[in-house]
Write a protein that binds this ligand. Structure first.
Ligand code: G3H
Length: 496
């Protein structure tokens, strides 16, 4: 159970502590931040409202710890990461329980998130050993006008302190996707979890504590974005920011200093369906892609662009599947669970009302109870409706009927977002042409968008973000290049 057994140390009465300098602490602010259970809409957990002074202390210890961590052999860093991964997987039940209570993730998906996170950490440790154990060796005579008098040795070195800010929808997985690469590359890590998801993240951080990482190397500060958000992202001690979330990321990128940024800020992933597509496959992927975790995924299918000639048939198939989705509490493993907050539910409702006013076809009746919104497919959506462009982050999916493929590509490319997209057709040649024309970081052919497997590159263009993620790319992004050049007095050519 959360906050018990191995986790007793992280709880103080009714409030979870924050993690600084290898210890679990209460904030000197004396203030707590409540976490509302999206299902009951009542306060379920409380976390510390850390102060700017406490952030300063965390940054100081992170800086000190990083200096010795960078001198820790790579195999030892990997060994500790493997240990953390295995503790995390052993502790999947209490962590999944937190995910259910604070973000209403269906119980079985919550367990999957924790297990996936353990696997991600282990893979990161292995990949780090492979790619950071290698460098480049360059010879000067490959550039015109040079003799072989210079040997250039290139290696990847840590950046320093990495600030990780994951989103509410994957507070464990999208935290470790930043923590693992940062640590294996020799950086220290300061985590600012989302408020909804903070307690899951604190449990996850305790697994790193139990694995025996040096004190100060990992810290976790909780609190209000309004009090410590800007202070963290503009802190002079931060050498890199890895952020996943909404358009706050754009504001962060404008305020952050001259440091590397990795940002994933959402998407409006289009699903283009051609006449020759396998409509059963498409319908199954629309359900999985559009409605899993109630549509609260950056990579969810967020607009279907289907050729008019097959639109009726596709809509019927999707409607039949929507009817089978179970709706209710996450504890009961329902497919559709309450969205994360009342304001989120209100925003989704605003998009639905706009579509209603502009006469979209409602394939189901719109229904909402508290934060729970029943799955809704909107047919005959037109570009003048907000739902055609905005990201609901909820179980509402628009269908736009198109008469040419170019129309579909045009709609996809007219979006401010450019995370992923997908195309369904049996013609691989057409699929390749469409993929090339779609201005998104990734295009999936004959499957719904998805970030995983977690070692695949994952990136958005336009307002969807900057930098590429995925295990290998994140490790590389969290390093910088150092070269040492050996200058010889006379040219020297190895003769064998
Ligand atoms: O919400 C953003 C996540 O990066 C999406 O990850 O495709 O594994 O659900 P996912």
């Amino acid at each position: 159970m959360a906050g018990t057994g191995l986790f007793t140390e992280i709880l103080d009465g009714e409030a979870y502590k924050y993690y600084s300098d290898g210890e679990w602490k209460k904030s000197s602010s004396g203030k707590l931040v409540p976490i509302i259970n999206p299902t009951t809409r009542k306060v379920h957990y409380k976390v510390q409202a850390c102060t700017q002074e406490e952030v300063n202390k965390v940054m100081e210890s992170a800086k000190t710890a990083q200096k010795s961590w960078a001198k820790t052999p790579l195999w030892k860093r990997a060994e500790l990461l493997h240990k953390a991964a295995s503790i995390l997987k052993e502790q999947k039940a209490p962590i999944a329980e937190c995910l259910v209570k604070e973000i209403a993730k269906p119980a079985k998906d919550a367990v999957t998130e924790v297990v996936r996170s353990g696997d991600l950490i282990s893979y990161t440790a292995e990949e780090g050993v492979r790619i950071l154990g290698e460098g480049k060796f360059l010879l000067s005579d490959s550039f015109p006008g040079n003799e072989r008098t210079k040997y250039c040795l290139t290696s990847k070195i840590p950046l320093g302190v990495v600030l990780a800010i994951p989103p509410f929808n994957y507070p464990v997985n999208l935290a470790v996707s930043k923590i693992g690469p940062a640590l294996i590359a020799g950086n220290s890590l300061v985590l600012k979890p989302p408020t909804q998801g903070a307690v899951s993240a604190l449990h996850m951080v305790h697994c790193f504590h139990l694995a025996g990482f040096p004190k100060g190397l990992i810290s976790c500060v909780t609190g209000k974005g309004s009090e410590i958000g800007d202070f963290l992202t503009m802190h002079p001690g931060v050498n890199c920011i890895s952020f996943t979330g909404g358009d706050t990321g754009i504001a962060i990128s404008k305020k952050a200093g001259m440091i590397p940024l990795q940002m994933e800020l959402g998407g409006k992933d289009a699903c283009i369906v051609l006449e020759d597509a396998d409509l059963d496959l498409v319908a199954a992927n629309i359900i999985k892609g559009g409605f899993s975790y109630s549509g609260q995924r950056c990579t969810a299918v967020k607009v279907v662009l289907v050729m008019e000639s097959v639109a009726d048939a596709l809509v019927e198939k999707v409607k039949a599947k929507v009817a089978k989705l179970t709706v209710g509490p996450p504890e009961e493993n329902c497919d559709i669970t309450p969205v994360v907050s009342e304001s989120s539910a209100n925003y989704i409702e605003g998009l639905v009302m706009d579509a209603m006013k502009k006469e979209a076809t409602f394939c189901q009746e719109y229904k909402r109870e508290g934060n729970l919104i029943w799955p809704l497919l909107l047919d005959n959506v037109r570009p003048d409706m907000r739902i055609a462009w905005e990201e609901p982050f909820g179980p509402v999916l628009p269908v736009i009927r198109i008469t040419t493929v170019e129309e579909g590509i045009h709609h996809c490319n007219a979006s401010n977002f450019g995370l992923q997209g997908c195309v369904f057709t049996k013609d691989i040649n057409k699929a390749m042409l469409i993929s090339d024309a779609m201005e998104t970081g990734t295009v999936q052919i004959n499957s719904a968008p998805a970030r995983g497997p977690d070692h695949f590159p994952f990136q958005g263009i336009k307002d969807s973000g900057i930098g590429s993620q995925g295990i290998t790319n994140s490790i590389n992004m969290m390093t910088k290049i150092k070269t040492t050049v050996i200058n010889l007095p006379t040219p020297s050519y190895t003769m064998g």
